[in-house]
Design a protein. Sequence first.
Length: 283
Amino acid sequence: MTISEWLAEARTRIDALDTELIAVRFFAPGDSVVNGAEVDRSWLAAHGEDEIFADLATLANEMVARRASGEPLAHIFGFKEFYGRKFKVSPEVLIPRPETEGLIELIRGLDLPEEPKFLEIGTGSGCIAATLAAECPRAKVVATDVSERALEMARVNNVVLGTGVEFYRGDLLEDLPDDVGGFDVLVANLPYVDEEWGWLDKRTLNFEPELALYAEDGGLALYKKLILQMKARGEEFARYIVFEADPCQHEALIRFAEENGLLLVKAEGFGVVFRGDLVKSVK
């Protein structure tokens, strides 16, 4: 069987892009690497008539079957690219999304010191914290998560990327040491999915941890809890606060945040940025 023949058959079962990504991974030399560089999908066009070994076709077909069942390609491959870097993922953590990369852009656009202090709440795979550490090598980065299994994955990614993130286990800010504060940016991509949303692709989401997806109160319960915890910690806990939420939630999130002492800076894409050091805490 040639690569072109295999592609034609696999495309009858799964999305064409996913088919090509699987093909590159299994049929290109050196596990998708040639001369030290990753192969892009154009490699397939130049090698469509290459014959493929039966054992490789079997492995690739197994991947196609898993994808056809709805399993995310990131779980099948064991990694997901985020902001130009590969992060190991598992069913224990939320798969990094392209929209979350917008948080990095928002943070990079803020007025920050040369050695900023970042805190990520609910780090999951560690993709945000590690990316901030990699993009800002002089930064101090702290990250928390309530799930020890998620923290294990985040620590693996931290070691692989050599980013020096400091991790704590805890429920939002509850278990963070009292002397940890004075952050330039607090960033959080907490569970914000409302199970009542009619457009949810439950078939795909069922492969991801519910703990990392769903929240009550229209999806905003955890953000509201975090805002109240920050309020209790004091006005100087974080200069900027950056949240990810669905745009349909922004109005309600902004209203609650402003009622509790935060000041809206901007809302862009899935990101919302507040100032936490300009407004007196509302009593």
